[in-house]
Each structure stands twice: as structure tokens, then as C-alpha cells.
Design a protein around this ligand. Structure first.
Ligand SMILES: CC(C)(COP(=O)(O)OP(=O)(O)OC[C@H]1O[C@@H](n2cnc3c(N)ncnc32)[C@H](O)[C@@H]1OP(=O)(O)O)[C@@H](O)C(=O)NCCC(=O)NCCS
Length: 331
């Protein structure tokens, strides 16, 4: 049997909407305070996509930047996978809209929904196509317009979420770099703690939501908090063990950006100082699947990442789902 190809990140890109929604503005929408939001979540502001702009535009901006950062042309892309739970349409998929917008005329395209774990799920699916040699250049996008599925009368959720898009190009890399190990998992029995109905709703869904609200996120925050705090440590432990790497060898952890207190818990459980846990949620809020690729692109553009650096990506989300990956930076 021939040795599988190694997959790694060749380029990154991200795009955030210009419009900011600050805690002070939220104070005039629901009964809340800047002080409560900062203390309980760490978030100061989030970005909101204008009503007339499709998510596909934001996703395409991130995708174009990733393609050019990889030194490629759109027609070099073989496959596009877009992770999202808030697409413009169920069909055409977000990935097909991006394919058209960026001119990736040779690429196959499909969407994937694993909620906030979606980017790392998509990365692993893409990795398998690279490993087997089926494709050599894959655009992995994660993009969300959560403001369109947020109930701005529910103070327990509306202070948390924002909009944004991140993208990477995955391709063949030399041995010693690229994705070293990865895990993904799901616990469907816990799914009812975080829901976003689509074409169906139960009595419970109706009872949970404020009058007249249907396609909006509802969450039992403390249940998600407990799950997140536990699973981040477990998933990270699994990828380290699989790759026979210790936490001391890891330069940065890129976690899903949901709540600063979850990240502080993770810091204690993993015995990693907060300086090695990348955070930007103060200025973005929780952008679900897009949070990790946006962070990766920010860190790359700040020149924080050097070839050979070991990084852990770890996420949890609705489903319930979780995923982690250990990679050695290839650029
Ligand atoms: C949502 C979350 C911030 C709530 O924080 P918390 O400290 O657990 O707060 P609680 O839900 O226990 O609520 C405590 C009180 O604050 C109130 N409260 C909730 N949101 C508030 C807000 N925005 N402003 C002011 N008060 C608020 C609650 O009504 C409650 O009041 P009560 O005691 O009078 O009923 C937190 O649970 C969380 O971050 N969970 C994880 C969410 C997550 O990661 N989601 C994404 C999954 S990918």
C-alpha cells in the first residue's frame, strides 16, 4: 500500500462585517448591562451582517483571501466544503454560491453542518480526500450569519452571537508538517440543550421560545457550559495522545470562541496558561463554526505562526458535537 499524502494548511483568509453591535447598544434592546456581559462572557462587541448582504459574499471574501494567500488561482481548487448552520439558502448551498462568486469553476462543492464544531469536521473530511490522493487543493470555509437566527428579545442568547467567515486552503504538504491527528464526535442524546428549528418544531420548541419566534437559537446555557468545559479537555487529550505529543510542545491552542470563562476553565484543565490560548471573542462574540478559522487567519497575519509550530484546534457545539485537531504549521 502506498503511503497516504499528508494534508496541511496552504493559506488562510477571513472576513468580518463592518457593522459593530456593542454591549451598550444591547442595553437598549434587552434588559442587560455591559458589566454583566463582560463579566459572564468576556464579549464587548460583535459584528453584524447588513440585511441586504448575503452570507455567500462574506464567505467568498474570506475564500478569495485564502486562495491568494496559498499562491493559487480559483481554478486550482478541486473541492469546496462550507461549514455553516446559517446559510442563505438550503439550496443552492453556500459552497455552490462561493464557487460561483470566486470562480472556482473546476471545484465540486457541498455544505456540512456540525454547528460550532463544523470547521474542524470539514477539515477532517477534506484531509481524507487529500490523504487518498482524490483531490489536491481543497477550500474549507466556515461562515455564519447568526444575527439572522438570533432572538433579539432573549437576553440569554442575543448577547453571545456574531457574524463572520473564515477559510483555509488545504493541500499536500511535506512530512513533518500538516495535520498530525484529529478526532470528531457527537452526543445526539444531549441535542435538546441547543436548538435551531428549521421546518419542524415540537411543543417544547414552542414553549422554549418567546411568542412568535420560530427559526431562532434557543439554548440551555449552563448545560452547554458544563459539556464544553469537559469535552474540550477530553478532545484535546485524545489528539495529543494519538500524535504522541505533549501539551508543552504545543505553541498555541485555538479553541472555539464561546465564552471566556469556558476558555479559562480549559486553561486550568489543560494546564496551559491563557497566553497560549488564542482568544478574540472580546471583539467578535461567538461566530460558531467560523470562530477558529477567523482566529487562525488573524494569528497568521500577525506573524504569530512559524513553520513547525504545533497547534491544537478544539471545538464543541450544537448536536451536541465536538472535534479537535493537532497540526504542525506548514507555511
Ligand atoms: C449563556 C451564559 C453566558 C449564561 O451565563 P450564566 O452565568 O450561566 O448565567 P445563568 O444562565 O445562570 O443566569 C444567571 C442570571 O443572569 C441572568 N441573565 C442571563 N443573561 C443575561 C444578560 N444578558 N444580562 C443580564 N442578566 C442575564 C439570568 O436571567 C439569570 O437571572 P436569574 O438568576 O434571575 O434567573 C453561559 O451559561 C454560557 O456561556 N454558556 C455556554 C454558551 C455557549 O457556549 N454556547 C455556544 C455553544 S457553541
Amino acid at each position: 500500500m502506498t503511503k497516504p499524502f499528508k494534508a496541511g494548511i496552504l493559506g488562510t483568509g477571513s472576513a468580518l462585517p463592518e457593522k459593530k453591535l456593542t454591549n451598550a447598544e444591547l442595553e437598549s434592546i434587552v434588559e442587560t448591562s455591559d458589566e454583566w456581559i463582560i463579566k459572564r462572557t468576556g464579549i464587548r462587541e460583535r459584528r453584524i451582517l447588513n440585511d441586504e448582504v448575503p452570507l455567500a459574499k462574506l464567505a467568498s471574501d474570506a475564500a478569495s483571501k485564502a486562495i491568494s494567500d496559498a499562491g493559487l488561482k480559483p481554478e486550482d481548487i478541486d473541492l469546496i466544503i462550507a461549514a455553516t448552520l446559517s446559510p442563505d439558502y438550503l439550496t443552492p448551498s453556500l459552497s455552490c454560491s462561493v464557487q460561483k462568486e470566486v470562480g472556482a469553476v473546476k471545484a465540486a462543492a457541498f455544505d456540512l453542518n456540525a454547528a460550532c464544531s463544523g470547521f474542524i469536521y470539514a477539515l477532517q473530511v477534506a484531509q481524507e480526500f487529500i490523504r487518498t490522493g482524490t483531490y489536491s487543493k481543497i477550500l474549507v470555509i466556515a461562515a455564519e450569519a447568526l444575527s439572522r437566527v438570533t432572538d433579539f428579545t432573549d437576553r440569554k442568547t442575543c448577547v453571545l452571537f456574531g457574524d463572520g467567515a473564515g477559510a483555509v486552503v488545504l493541500g499536500r504538504v511535506e512530512d513533518g508538517t500538516g495535520i498530525e491527528s484529529a478526532v470528531m464526535g457527537a452526543m445526539g442524546e444531549g441535542g435538546s440543550v441547543l436548538t435551531l428549528p428549521c421546518f419542524f418544531e415540537t411543543e417544547t420548541d414552542r414553549a422554549n421560545r418567546n411568542e412568535g419566534k420560530k427559526q431562532v437559537i434557543w439554548m440551555d446555557g449552563s448545560e452547554v457550559f458544563t459539556f464544553a468545559s469537559r469535552i474540550m479537555g477530553e478532545a484535546t487529550g485524545k489528539v495529543l495522545e494519538k500524535a504522541q505529543v505533549t501539551m508543552d510542545e504545543v505553541k498555541y491552542v485555538f479553541p472555539h470562541q464561546a465564552n471566556i470563562r469556558i476558555l479559562q476553565n480549559a486553561s486550568k484543565r489543560l494546564n496551559v496558561p491563557m497566553e497560549r490560548i488564542y482568544t478574540n471573542l472580546e471583539f467578535t462574540g461567538n461566530i460558531s463554526s467560523a470562530s477558529i478559522p477567523v482566529c487562525l487567519d488573524e494569528a497568521a497575519r500577525k506573524n504569530m505562526l512559524k513553520k513547525g509550530d504545533k497547534l491544537v484546534l478544539v471545538a464543541f457545539g450544537g448536536g451536541l458535537t465536538y472535534a479537535a485537531a493537532l497540526l504542525t504549521w506548514s507555511k
